[in-house]
Design a protein around this ligand. Structure first.
Ligand code: HEC
Ligand code: HEC
Length: 458
């Protein structure tokens, strides 16, 4: 199946290529980007340091951006261009716009490589480092059309340098478009995107002296290196839970549902009653609410801006995890949770390594429910969650309460299907600060009554 898909892609790419060649004549003007031979060397600003191909000069801090970081010759970029046409253009397109002939109907859609926006890198901001591209391209993205590419590392180097030429430089961001800038932009794919992309770029230096330079690579949140076989290895910090995996899973479950609230986007894997018991034990005063469809993930609409479509957080017990490679699941999960993915934030600042590792073990335990041997356990979990009709004691009614509030309480409706309960975290997000203040006040007023109610319920 995999091989067939690959084979037909290659056929599609060579057929379309000869069509292009016939249609486009010999001049390069107006040709899609990958059809234009590259005639000049490119300088990519990158960070210097131990994990970078560029060493820092004396007195320069590790991780500083070196604008003249890495120059790649036109000849090397053309090697990459040929590889791109052979392997990648069918999906990512001749202009890098993600609209190649094999892209139609693919969900998720192939990345628009002109945007300079990536999901599975390890940087908090800035472009991914080359080693991220290597891991992504050689590891593939499971559950998408992006297969594992078995490309030799030296060829991969050229390919990566070439795909970095798709995004445009930021030379229009200072309000002044110089002749030099115009010339540079004209050389980039689809110059009409100028206005749209201008804001996507960060300044390299406040003085503007790096106008026209590409966005620099970011600082990795988790370091990586190549092993002798050329495979990318994630250097996660030592795992403090070795030999205590069951404790890690328990801790991770708690962090996932409560402290870090991964469930704002991802599904809950604890029942309504379990969540109530936990929250009541921690703070008996606070009302316990559940978000809509809490056993399902929440589609992330704000991904549309960067990636063209809303993204769905995976259900760990059912969906393939895109960037988690077989055999290195634990460090890969650590990398992902620490660095974030697309609209999912990086947790490296807010979580201690020990907590990140607990989350890793917990997510891995859910992922393991996908194994055929665990199918019965998974079905049992799902059935138990969906059958749970537990309702926390309803908030006490007040005469002057607005009807909308009563509706949100929704006790009766929710009791019927168990799936459409009280106001959730998502609903909270839509509430304006003023509304919220008013609500908080109401909640305060109700506190004493509520406490009594809860005691009754117990
Ligand atoms: C069969 C279609 C297909 C082919 C061929 C293909 N890709 Fe992709 N590629 C995809 C899809 C689909 C995605 C988006 C996956 C997602 O968003 O989860 C993607 C995503 C990517 C990303 C973005 C990863 C990130 O972190 O955001 C890069 C980089 C990439 N591809 C590079 C390549 C390169 C280089 C080649 C050629 C060696 C290639 N692709 C060939 C379909 C393809
Ligand atoms: C703001 C919403 C949001 C929050 C909060 C969030 N995630 Fe995610 N997460 C996502 C989205 C969206 C994806 C899917 C990204 C994609 O494939 O495009 C995802 C994907 C993942 C993946 C799969 C990665 C892969 O390679 O496919 C893991 C693992 C994960 N999240 C773990 C967590 C953990 C653990 C937490 C809490 C510490 C968390 N997430 C919090 C939105 C979120």
């Amino acid at each position: 199946m995999k091989r067939n898909a690959l084979h037909s892609l290659l056929l599609a790419s060579s057929a379309a290529l000869s069509m292009f060649a016939a249609a486009c004549g010999s001049g390069t003007e107006g040709k899609p980007w990958a059809m234009r031979p590259i005639t000049r060397d490119y300088t990519f600003p990158i960070r210097c340091g131990a994990d970078s191909p560029v060493q820092c000069d004396e007195g320069v801090a590790d991780g500083a951006v070196v604008p003249e970081g890495m120059t790649v010759s036109a000849a090397d970029l053309n090697k990459g261009r040929h590889l791109y046409i052979n392997y990648c253009y069918a999906c990512h397109g001749m202009n890098g716009d993600g609209n190649g002939p094999a892209s139609h109907g693919l969900r998720p859609a192939p990345r628009d490589l002109r945007m300079g926006k990536y999901k599975f890198d390890t940087v908090a901001s800035g472009l991914p480092n080359d080693i991220d591209f290597s891991r992504i391209i050689k590891g593939g993205l499971h559950g998408t059309a992006m297969l594992k590419w078995d490309i030799k590392n030296d060829e991969l180097y050229y390919l990566i340098q070439f795909i970095k030429t798709f995004p445009k430089p930021p030379c229009n961001q200072y309000g002044e478009v110089t002749a030099e800038c115009r010339e540079q932009l004209a050389g980039y794919p689809d110059s009409s995107l100028e206005a749209e992309l201008g804001s996507a770029w960060e300044e390299v230096s406040a003085s503007g002296k790096n106008k026209g330079k590409l966005k620099p690579t970011g600082e990795p949140v988790v370091p990586q290196h190549y092993d002798e076989a050329g495979t990318v290895v994630v250097d996660a910090p030592a795992n403090p839970w070795v030999g205590k995996e069951a404790d890690a899973i328990k801790k991770g479950e708690e962090l996932y549902h409560f402290k870090f609230e991964c469930t704002t986007c991802h599904a809950h894997y604890l029942s309504r009653k379990q969540i109530y018991d936990y929250k009541f034990a921690v703070s008996p005063e606070a009302p316990v609410t559940y978000r809509d469809a809490m056993f399902y993930a929440v589609p992330q609409q704000n991904a549309v801006q960067d990636f063209g479509v809303a993204t769905m957080p995976p259900d760990f017990t059912m969906n393939p995890l895109r960037s988690i490679r077989q055999g290195t699941e634990l460090p890969d999960l650590y990398r992902l949770i620490a660095a974030g993915v697309g609209v999912m934030p990086s947790w490296a600042q807010s979580a201690q390594p020990e907590e990140l590792w607990a989350l890793v073990h917990y997510v891995k335990s859910l992922k393991d429910l996908q194994l055929p041997a665990n199918a019965a356990r998974r079905d049992e979990l799902k059935a138990r969650l969906h059958a749970d009709k537990f309702m926390p004691p309803p908030p006490p009614k007040k005469e002057e309460t607005a009807p909308a509030e009563e509706g949100a309480g929704g006790g009766d409706a929710a009791a019927k299907d168990g799936e459409k309960p009280v106001v959730g975290e998502k609903a909270d997000a839509a509430v304006t600060p003023d509304d919220k203040k008013a609500d908080d006040k109401k909640a305060d007023e109700k506190k004493s009554e509520k406490k009594a109610d809860k005691k009754k319920a117990k």
